[in-house]
Design a protein around this ligand. Sequence first.
Ligand SMILES: Cc1cc2nc3c(=O)[nH]c(=O)nc-3n(C[C@H](O)[C@H](O)[C@H](O)COP(=O)(O)OP(=O)(O)OC[C@H]3O[C@@H](n4cnc5c(N)ncnc54)[C@H](O)[C@@H]3O)c2cc1C
Length: 601
Amino acid sequence: MGRVRDPSISRYTAGRLSPVRRAADLRALRDEQFDVLVIGGGVTGAGAALDAASRGLKVALVEARDFAAGTSSRSSKLIHGGLRYLEQLELHLVHEALTERGLLSTRLAPHLVRPVPILVPLPPANPAARVWHRGYYGLGVAAYDTFAGVFGTGRGMPLHRHLSRNGARRLFPSLRADAVAGAIRYYDGQVDDARLVVNLARTAASLGAAVVTSARVTGFLREAREVVGVRVRDLEAPDQPEFEVRARTVVAATGVWSDDMSRMLSDVGVRPGMRVRASKGVHLVVPRSAITGEAGLILRTPTSVLFVLPWGGHWIIGTTDTDWQLDRSHPAASARDIRYILDQVNTVLDRPLTTDDIEGVYAGLRPLLAGEADSTSKLSREHAVFEPMLGLILVAGGKYTTYRVMAADVIDRAMRRLGGAPRASHTDQLPLLGADGYAAAWRDRHDTARRHGVTAGVVEHLLERYGTLSVHLLAMIAANPELATPLTGAPEYLAAEVAYAALAEGALHLDDVLTRRTRISIETPHRGTETMEHAAQVMGDALGWDEAVREREIEHYRARVDAERQSQTMPDDLTADAARIGVPDVRGFAADRGIDLVADL
Ligand SMILES: Cc1cc2nc3c(=O)[nH]c(=O)nc-3n(C[C@H](O)[C@H](O)[C@H](O)COP(=O)(O)OP(=O)(O)OC[C@H]3O[C@@H](n4cnc5c(N)ncnc54)[C@H](O)[C@@H]3O)c2cc1C
């Protein structure tokens, strides 16, 4: 039976991840037994916790660092069917992903997932080849739309359109005239990946799940040949001993750390069965003014594809696809990665981008099921669910877009183990917090702005990040007008967002706020260093930090940015990694190197 939420408490209040809630959830971890304990607060783990909680199970979610601190904050931020899979005739994958795209953009998270137009440029060629190109790509994009419209649950995206060369350049003036013969415009979904994960975790919490970040699993509890729980270390209380959490089923949704789970059981002869390898993908962020265009681009590269995507006042450009065997917590982008991306995008731009244009750089690791091919870009993106030992179920692979399918699969498996009446997943019917009433709130945004004495732009910004939960930020501003102040160095964000992140979104460190609750670390040329003092002040006021804590948070953030900048000047992975690892995680999560830095904090 699930942890029952007090019916006098609203779903929003129950989903508030405050410091008080963290303390209560930590107590629950120590004292109670759970039906399902999920390890990993990326999109897969948060989705699994929500799926299990919504089936009435008693659920806990533990995350070693912050929500989405792994791969789930470092993606291309597309909710997409994958035009590439269509080309590879993997129609079932396209169908599955387009169904999810429709659900997310229309029902589950319309406040977070929005259509983004993308151009497929048609290369210049002789007339016969041109006809062939248009026919080939046109058919593909038409099939994509048809799949979404006919088989998907509510397409949620406008239809594609063919454009002449002039039409393409009107929409994207920065396209070099001699680089295109025309284009096809299609739509996919775009999401702030880190925000969707926090939203999933909060929605799970609103249904009674105990949700704790900075809680690292260090081993499994076993009885006979069964896993019956985990050992956890609270990284916010490094002096305290590890504690045990008991669960009837443990689900590991640990992405590129999946092999570590089996390794923790190697003493009893458990073999991995499923191997997950890491492939690094780097993105650059440049200001919107560096390229003139009203749509994104998808470009073919020698190894894969490259996206150029509008992102608020910026463009996101990526990605690369190379094997990575170094530090998984802090994958580093090297000068070579950056050069590769610039070279690729410059083949179609009329004004070539240089390193001076770059505002932000981020690198992420794809969790790929290993074994099918040598080149990482050919490995399958499909997911797998695997039970290496009774009581422990691993889920990995897949992609962000299909997190809900992965979550339903792994919790189906957990339900079979738990026995009792089978309850099917119904997360396809469950809007995330902030989604209910979103269309009406968007329609009424000008009224809302007038009533609260803020600009319509502020209300739009809040709605697109918090949905209908925006009312809570507006109420905080009404109670303390200073929170309406724009953040120093990142004026599109308000001080209220920092306070809200700490009081309701489980942010524990400055890095959580500047990197994931907001995206200031990749959206500003100073990478957040001009914002950190102001943000630390607001966060410190909310959480009761003393001067020493504030200073430590600022110093850590500054050191992290310096190390990242340095790594991005290094010629290759080895030297970039060496430059980056000089600064450990603020939580001392150093398991990848076998060094325990917690005591140093
Ligand atoms: C460059 C790039 C671009 C991508 N673009 C897209 C895209 O546009 N669209 C799309 O659909 N997909 C995309 N993907 C794929 C997608 O991002 C991933 O498939 C997805 O984010 C993986 O999520 P996850 O939850 O499985 O893993 P993660 O997000 O890595 O989560 C695993 C979590 O487990 C935690 N953890 C590990 N060990 C422990 C432990 N011992 N105790 C507690 N917690 C632990 C980690 O801290 C981490 O937070 C992209 C991937 C990359 C790398």
